[in-house]
Design a protein around this ligand. Structure first.
Ligand code: SF4
Length: 221
């Protein structure tokens, strides 16, 4: 069958609810999404933080980049990339009417709106917890001892002393998480407050240790 231009366009300018975008992962949040946390659409347990300097695959650029600022995202289903709010049976979003700004902007046939939203300031942990309280102090202390830029330097120097410092940082991170849970924090909130476990972050950084700060390289896969 010969497809007329209008037919071809009508196939590509509406969402067919295939769910591919939601199955690839939850969105990064932006300042515009803060009311979702204050209005209890989202809780901190629904979120995780990718910290400043972590290597991540940028869907829009199509390559791995070191994050230039931290980024709070909606979590994925364990052992899957799918957003926790994606109902794969119904191919539906569990919070569709209140979905975050990136989800509202996403049109898989034209990513310009999403690219525009992605350039807006991302939500940081401090916008969620505040800047002058015990939680903010804990985040700063953790960053001071486990910051990705410092970890990367240690990985690159690759001396005995550097390897010992990496082990110390990972042990501090693990012990801090244990203490927080012992004191009543739900384990699901740790990855929002402190980011991903440090041993996983170090493994990711080791893979990308040659990536210059603030620059990107093609994905080797
Ligand atoms: S919040 Fe909803 S629309 Fe956004 S990725 Fe998750 S399931 Fe999809």
């Amino acid at each position: 069958m010969i497809m007329r231009p209008h037919d071809a366009m009508s196939e590509t300018i509406t969402c067919r609810r295939c769910g591919t975008c939601c199955a690839k992962g939850g969105p990064a949040l932006h300042l515009e999404d803060l009311p979702l946390l204050r209005g209890e659409v989202l809780s901190k347990g629904d979120l995780y933080t990718l910290r400043l300097g972590e290597p991540v695959f940028d869907q829009i650029l199509g390559r791995v980049v070191l994050l230039a600022s931290e980024c709070v995202k909606i979590r994925s289903v364990p052992d899957s990339t799918a957003c926790i709010f994606f109902d794969s049976k119904e191919s539906a979003c569990g919070l569709y009417a209140s979905r975050p700004v990136e989800c509202r902007a996403l049109q898989c046939w034209d990513t310009r709106a999403l690219a525009e939203v992605s350039r807006q300031p991302g939500l940081s942990r401090f916008e969620v917890v505040g800047t002058e309280n015990a939680w903010a102090a804990l985040i700063r202390e953790h960053e001071a001892r486990c910051g990705c830029a410092d970890l990367l330097q240690l990985l690159r120097s690759n001396t005995d002393q550097a390897r010992m410092s990496l082990r110390d940082a990972a042990a501090y991170d693990a012990a801090l998480r244990d203490v927080l849970v012992e004191r009543g924090m739900a384990p699901g909130r740790l990855e929002f407050l402190l980011g991903r476990p440090l041993d996983a972050v170090i493994r990711g950084l080791a893979r990308w240790r040659s990536l210059p700060a603030g620059k990107s390289l093609p994905d080797p896969d």
